[in-house]
Design a protein around this ligand. Structure first.
Ligand code: NAP
Length: 303
């Protein structure tokens, strides 16, 4: 029987794989899309210790992947269709139909961008609307783009887009940013970034392509239209817990509850990274979670 099955090859899953394999466990790592998770959406990671060159998210993900491969684990790119998780039995069913029995599981599926859920959002997705500035920013070179949100993602995205676009609006529902001071100050000092505070998007406008955003002022209720070629939605993330719904205890915010060993409410099932109820969503935390989860998964597998 397999010792450790890891689902998700972001920083948490890749680190867990490295630690588990280095610790002598048999490991399989499953990833649906590509390695790196949310960090591939980051144009510069400047707060991961030792990476003072500030690699972009792709580069850092590639370095993590290469390092994990040195310990003999490479991700299997396949979708996990179903998880059967209980204290006494753990099964992973892949979309190919293969069923894997494992002693322990590390859930590292991360999180997805939260949609705004307003008219025009689904219809104009990829026609001006995007959830990933580093993926789609180049389409708006020399044009006008807007970022919605006031957190670290929104402000990092605005800074990235400011280098490509003629003008970048940051639309935020309050007049105070949630983002860390270093990012907020950089954005405030960037000439072609303009803040549109106390404003909530009500509708994305445009026939085939996005042409503007209908905004409501949260203080006055006044409606206005902001013309923009692109809109990047960065209003937070939703933990990807679909596969474990009803099987594992979740926190009120929808993320997975763990103890300090990263163990969930099911014995031998661990969670690491953005999927976990964590006080800080940063790469360094995801890696640390992965290391802790792997260490205790090895121990749990021996019992
Ligand atoms: P976040 O910190 O949850 O921020 C979400 C932003 O969207 C907030 O400003 C929020 O407004 C706004 N918002 C939420 N729902 C909204 C709605 N329905 N309409 C309009 N605005 C809405 O999410 P995030 O920026 O994606 O960051 C997620 C985590 O990753 C954070 O822990 C962050 O620190 C981390 N992260 C770190 C870095 C970095 O260190 N470089 C980069 C990216 C992300 P309010 O402020 O009013 O609540």
């Amino acid at each position: 029987m397999l010792d450790v099955a890891i689902i998700g090859a972001g920083p948490a899953g890749l680190t867990a794989a490295l630690y588990a394999a280095r610790g002598g466990a048999s490991v399989r790592l499953f990833e649906e899309l590509f390695p790196g998770g949310q960090i591939v959406k980051t144009h510069r990671v400047e707060n991961y210790p030792g990476m003072s060159d500030g690699p972009d998210g792709y580069e850092l993900a590639a370095r993590f992947e290469k390092h994990t491969a040195q310990f003999g684990v490479t991700a299997e790119y396949t979708a996990v269709k179903q998880l059967i998780l209980s204290d006494s039995q753990k099964e992973i069913i892949l979309s190919s139909g293969e069923t894997i029995e494992t002693k322990t599981v590390i859930l590292a599926m991360g999180a997805s961008p939260r949609p705004l859920g307003i008219p025009g959002e689904k219809e104009l997705l990829n026609h001006g609307i995007s959830y990933c500035a580093t993926c789609d920013g180049a389409f708006f070179r020399g044009r006008t783009a807007s970022v919605i949100g006031g957190g670290d993602t929104a402000i990092s995205d605005a800074l990235y887009l400011s280098k490509l676009c003629k003008k970048v609006y940051v639309i935020h529902r309050r007049d105070e940013l949630r983002a860390s001071a270093i990012l907020a100050d950089a954005a405030k000092n960037t000439e072609n970034i303009e803040f549109v505070f106390n404003s909530i998007p009500e509708e994305f406008l445009g026939e085939k392509n996005l042409s503007g955003i209908r905004l409501r002022n949260t203080k006055t209720g006044e409606l206005s239209v902001l013309e923009t070629d692109g809109a990047f939605i960065a209003v937070g993330i939703i933990p990807r817990t679909d596969l474990v719904q009803g099987q594992i205890k979740l926190a009120p915010n929808g993320s997975i509850e763990t103890d300090e060993h990263m163990e969930t409410s099911v014995k031998g099932v661990f969670a690491a990274g953005d999927i976990r109820n964590t006080p800080l969503r940063q790469v360094v935390m995801a890696c640390a979670d992965g290391a802790v989860a792997a260490s205790y998964a090895i121990e749990a597998g021996r019992q």
